[in-house]
Design a protein around this ligand. Structure first.
Ligand code: DOR
Length: 432
């Protein structure tokens, strides 16, 4: 049961407001906003002195491996990492075993998510078992609460099937097709970015062009069908150019980028070993620079982590055979704040827009990423920019250790997280 909560001495930044304000919360909702020290309601106090209070972050691409991959992560461990990272809502990807492609599995995952310290939403596949042959039942899945449809991990190869999918979601204005944009034949057997490093290591590469080809094709389909389209973990300058052109045209096209694609390049792969392997792969400096500018200017709508835990046995093999993917949900806020806000490239307001407001809109998530006003559900994160943090994989709450940030220090860390009016993280520790 919720007791009253008051958050004091923080600077409220919600994408619209940027002001020193105390917040009073009762029954899970914001009931009072007041100048510091002026709240009339009493309650358990959360100290936000020197910190930013913001709508909880929203990560629209996580792999919590339920069902079928619980040796790497499960709903509880994934959601705990999210809470520690200030994330109050996540969209879980459907590349599970079995695939999340029908209402029964959506409902089963929903039931397991009820007690998690984060609001968890399932996406669903676009095609049955992500095999790219038959479409899922969009209507039934939409009625069960699914808003994001994706065959993530794999692309929908068939242009005609993708066109049918756009038509299939047309009646559901807040549903979106999210694509893992890498053309299959071009990346077949590919391990890391195709380039100098792949040649030096003798590994088959995944060409950058494979992403642009699919993004361009899908944008053409979105135009034909008036569909909503979202690019998952966009990694190249060429794809970004297509997205920018689509936005100028007024198409309903959005894109997300991961923290790793905003900071690391193919040159980091040898240092990182298998923790540096993911799909799409780490790219070139020119891609990183373009994506960073895109994020700052708002052409890239959101940051999402593609949190992809893999049990040490799945990562502890050779580069060619290791599972692709990196951890991210617990570290996203610190990486992006350090790289963009601490350095003066982005305002706290834009940080909140890219990590909370925009992703919530893209994924049709209500009650998160919203202005902190009277009556709003109190899904909040408190970020302390003065707390430095050196990441150690063994300290993360995930069941896996494949962080690309091992030993790296960041300026700032989530201090508290509040989910529907209840603290789930206090002083960077989970509330038991
Ligand atoms: O590297 C990746 N790993 N990319 C994906 O799209 C899927 C993810 C996973 O599920 O491990």
């Amino acid at each position: 049961m919720n007791t009253n909560l008051i958050i004091t001495n923080g600077r409220l930044v919600d994408g619209t407001t940027d002001k020193q304000l105390d917040i009073g919360i009762a029954d899970g909702r914001v009931i009072e906003l007041a100048e510091p020290g002026e709240l009339t309601i009493k309650g358990e106090q959360i100290d936000a002195d020197g910190a930013y209070v913001m709508p909880g972050l929203v990560d629209i691409q996580v792999h919590f491996r339920t069902p079928g991959g619980e040796e790497s992560e499960d709903i509880q461990s994934g959601a705990q990492g999210a809470a520690l990272g200030g994330v109050t809502a996540c969209v879980m990807m459907p590349n599970t075993v079995p695939t999340i492609d029908n209402v029964a599995i959506v409902e089963a995952v929903k039931a397991l998510s009820l007690s998690a310290p984060c609001d968890l939403r399932s996406s669903a596949a676009i095609t049955i078992n992500r095999e790219g042959e038959r479409l899922v039942n969009f209507k039934e899945l939409y009625e069960a609460g699914v808003r994001v449809f994706t065959d993530d991990g794999w692309v929908v190869d068939s242009e005609e099937l993708m066109r049918q999918a756009f038509i299939g979601i047309r009646d559901f204005p807040d549903a979106v097709l999210s694509q893992h944009a890498e053309e299959s034949e071009m990346v077949e057997g590919g391990v890391i970015n195709e380039g100098v490093v792949s040649r030096r290591l003798g590994l088959k590469g995944r060409p950058r062009e494979a992403e642009a080809v699919i993004v361009k094709r899908d944008i053409d389909l979105a135009r034909q069908t008036d569909g909503r389209y979202h690019v998952l973990h966009m990694s190249t300058l060429m794809a970004l150019e297509h997205v920018i052109a689509a936005k100028f045209e007024g198409l309903r096209v959005t894109a997300e980028v991961t923290p790793q694609h905003l900071v690391l390049t193919e040159d980091d792969v040898e240092r990182l070993g298998t923790s540096g392997k993911m799909n799409p792969p780490l790219r070139l400096l020119e891609d990183v620079e373009a994506l960073r500018v895109g994020l700052i200017r708002g052409h890239v709508d959101a940051v999402a982590t593609d949190h992809a835990p893999h049990h040490p046995e799945l990562k502890g093999t050779s580069m060619a055979t290791a599972a692709p993917g990196m951890l991210g949900v617990e570290t996203m806020a610190s990486v992006i704040w350090s790289e963009f806000v601490e350095t003066g490239l982005m305002s706290p307001t834009d940080f909140v827009r890219r990590l909370s407001v925009n992703p919530a809109k893209i994924a049709g998530i209500t009650d998160h990423g919203k202005q902190v006003q009277i009556g709003a559900v109190a899904n909040l994160a408190v970020f302390d920019p003065s707390q430095s943090w050196t990441v150690r994989g063994e300290d993360l709450v995930s069941k896996s250790r494949n962080t690309p940030w091992e030993g790296r220090s960041f300026a700032g860390r989530i201090r508290h997280t509040v989910l529907a009016g209840s603290p789930v993280v206090i002083n960077s520790c989970l509330v038991s």
